[in-house]
Design a protein around this ligand. Structure first.
Ligand code: HCB
Length: 216
């Protein structure tokens, strides 16, 4: 089965909340050597974006959203061990404090970012979801972290990313601890507006931007 067909099956499995089909496509994909990140980003994530659109249009309801999310989380967990990066590098690339900002329980995307950064040599301290804003700075200071990476999936919670920038400024830490923002409503423009160091569109971009920040 070609990569494009596997990704299509994964996308549809999320849309139709079809666990068996998702499992089958993941197994086939792994057997055929398809990049697990491809399966996540162009299979599952696309399906999830479509689920979100239908939810917004009132054609899908919260319980269905939750089922799709649970299915995706379970399968992404399985793919985790198959993501090949430079994880075994002797030298670590950097330390990142990661989390979904206060008020936001969306964590599927954040978890994918974590898996990918980890696999590529970053030490990632995941604070989880709905993380109180000061905790990002406290943890980053404690660990002498290089980057605070936040995830916000709602227009309301995005404001938390702006507040983190203000708090870093107030505490004289701006520029010392770099920041990366992500999540579906975020953009380069938002990063620029709030003074974040980088915006990442997806997990591969998060690695690229983290490497840029670290000068790698
Ligand atoms: Co939720 N939800 N949801 N939701 N949800 C969204 C986000 C809406 C856009 C749906 C819509 O209306 N179209 C909407 C927000 C509208 C807005 O603010 N403008 C919304 C809403 C309204 C809500 C509730 C308020 C619904 C309600 O209760 N009435 C509620 C909020 C709860 C809360 O947070 N306080 C809610 C709940 C849920 C769940 C629990 C059912 C479920 C989340 C489960 C979970 O995460 N464990 C859920 C889901 C699944 C979604 C959608 C459908 C998908 C999100 C997702 O997982 N995408 C989403 C629609 C959408 O986003 N289009 C919808 C897939 C991942 C892979 O993409 O963008 O998260 P991602 O991550 C990418 C990328 O952004 C980047 O890399 C990732 C990997 O490629 N990235 C980073 C992410 N974080 C990064 C951090 C970095 O530093 C760097 C890069």
């Amino acid at each position: 089965m070609a990569e494009v067909e596997i990704c299509e099956q994964l996308k549809n499995a999320v849309l139709n909340v079809d666990k068996e089909s998702a499992k089958d496509a993941v197994e086939k994909g792994l057997n055929e050597g398809i990049d697990p990140m491809k399966m996540i980003e162009t299979g599952f994530a696309l399906g999830m974006a479509m689920v979100g659109d239908e939810f917004e249009e009132g054609r899908r309801f919260l319980p269905q959203l939750m089922l799709s999310a649970a299915l995706m989380t379970e399968e992404v967990d399985k793919l985790q061990d198959h993501i090949v990066g430079k994880g075994e590098k002797a030298e670590k690339a950097g330390t990142i404090v990661l989390g979904a900002v206060e008020g936001d329980v969306h964590d599927i995307g954040k978890n994918i970012v974590k898996i990918f950064l980890n696999a590529n040599g970053y030490e990632v301290h995941d604070l989880g979801r709905d993380v109180l804003l000061p905790q990002f700075i406290e943890k980053a200071t404690e660990l002498n972290a290089d980057i605070i990476a936040t995830s916000a999936l709602m227009t309301s919670t995005m404001q938390g990313q702006a507040k983190i920038e203000e708090m870093l400024e107030e505490q004289g830490l701006k520029g010392k601890i770099k920041t990366m923002i992500g999540g579906a409503p975020c953009t380069d423009h938002w990063a620029e507006r709030i003074g974040a160091d980088a915006y990442a569109e997806n997990a591969s971009d998060a690695l690229y931007k983290a490497n840029q920040i670290m000068g790698l």
